[in-house]
Design a protein around this ligand. Structure first.
Ligand code: ADP
Ligand code: MG
Length: 314
């Protein structure tokens, strides 16, 4: 069995490209770009709560970093550095090797340096702290939505939850949907390019980790607004609709746009090869919280969702 430091060296040390001092000392040294603000976020993934014990380790490594990268995307930030704290049961080297390859596949895709961490024996859990940069004052916050803004979502929300439902035997998906949904669940693609493009255009943004309605609700709360949704191509009532509205783990972006910026969305969607769908409007700034969100389907019929999203403590 390799020593703790041997494990770290073997699986968690890779060359860095924009770090003064990485893994190996008491702490890392980084030099933020002059004129930029540091953007910092942490996410904890615990076996049994956030991932199943039998998750493929490569996928888990990818996702451990990807969910953090998604928070950078939602801020309009460029992800730059990360630390990784890992609790591991007696390490199986094959498992760690695949985990680390998945983690670094994501790190390389988004040009992130892993600059430190901590490794300890325990029930399997991973905590990443990610650091990114944004030009001073340019970050996309949850609190900027304005009355009259349109509300947009990227990609196809609900896929990850549908993929999970398939794995749990609650539905049976057919190709090509099955592939799309399992990919969304196992290899979420953080929308960094979109987040960067939205700087200076969007008034507010958030990533969909807990469900579209729940996460849009966070924008409305932070912006003291209400919204009316009219969602094109909303699936008919049933599991697919519930997943679209309330499924978590998609890591798409929801954002709000002033009228003058709408015209940029069609060319942007083509440029980044990602659907961008207008799903509603910010309606008022003095909401009655009970009808903060009014939802209509394709036909304009009102919808009452079964639940808004995922909450660990409900
Ligand atoms: P210390 O005792 O100073 O906390 P450690 O022995 O925990 O140092 O870690 C040694 C070095 O390895 C440090 O630079 C630390 O940041 C890094 N490190 C430890 N675990 C990980 C990990 N899972 N991923 C990346 N770097 C790690
Ligand atoms: Mg330590």
């Amino acid at each position: 069995m390799p020593s703790e430091f041997e494990l770290i060296r073997q699986f968690f040390v890779r060359p860095t490209s924009h770090t003064l001092l990485g893994v190996g000392d008491d702490a890392a040294l980084i030099a933020p770009t002059p004129g930029c603000e540091l953007v910092i976020s942490t996410d904890l993934l615990v076996e049994g709560t956030h991932f199943l014990a039998n998750t493929e380790p490569f996928d888990l490594g990818w996702k451990t970093l990807a969910v953090n990268v998604s928070d950078m995307a939602a801020m309009g930030a460029t992800p730059r550095w990360a630390t990784l704290a890992a609790a591991l049961p007696a390490p199986t080297l094959d498992w760690l090797d695949a985990f680390s390859r998945g983690f670094f596949a994501c790190a390389e895709a988004f040009k992130i340096d892993l600059i430190g961490g901590d490794t300890t024996r325990g029930p399997r859990a991973f905590c990443v702290t990610i650091m990114g940069e944004v030009p001073a004052g340019a970050a996309l916050l949850r609190s900027g939505a304005q009355v009259g803004d349109s509300i947009w979502v990227s990609g196809t929300p609900g896929r990850a939850a549908l993929g999970l439902a398939h794995l749990q035997g609650r539905i049976t998906l057919a190709e090509p949907q099955l592939d799309q949904c399992l990919a969304a669940l196992h290899r979420p693609q953080p929308r960094v390019v979109l987040g960067l493009a939205l700087r200076g255009l969007a008034t507010a943004a958030i990533d969909v980790s807990d469900g579209l309605l729940a996460d849009l609700g966070h924008i409305l709360t932070a912006s003291h607004c209400a919204a009316k949704l009219h969602i094109p191509h909303l699936p008919p009532a049933g599991l697919a609709r519930d997943c679209y509205l309330s499924g978590g783990d998609d890591y798409e972006l929801i954002f709000t746009l002033p009228a003058a910026h709408r015209r940029f969305m069609t060319p942007l969607a083509v440029e980044i090869d990602l659907p961008l769908t207008c799903i509603g409007t910010i309606t008022s700034s003095v909401p009655n919280t009970s009808d903060r969100l009014v939802i209509h389907d394709d036909q304009g019929l009102p919808i009452t969702p079964t639940r808004h999203g995922f909450d660990h403590f409900l």
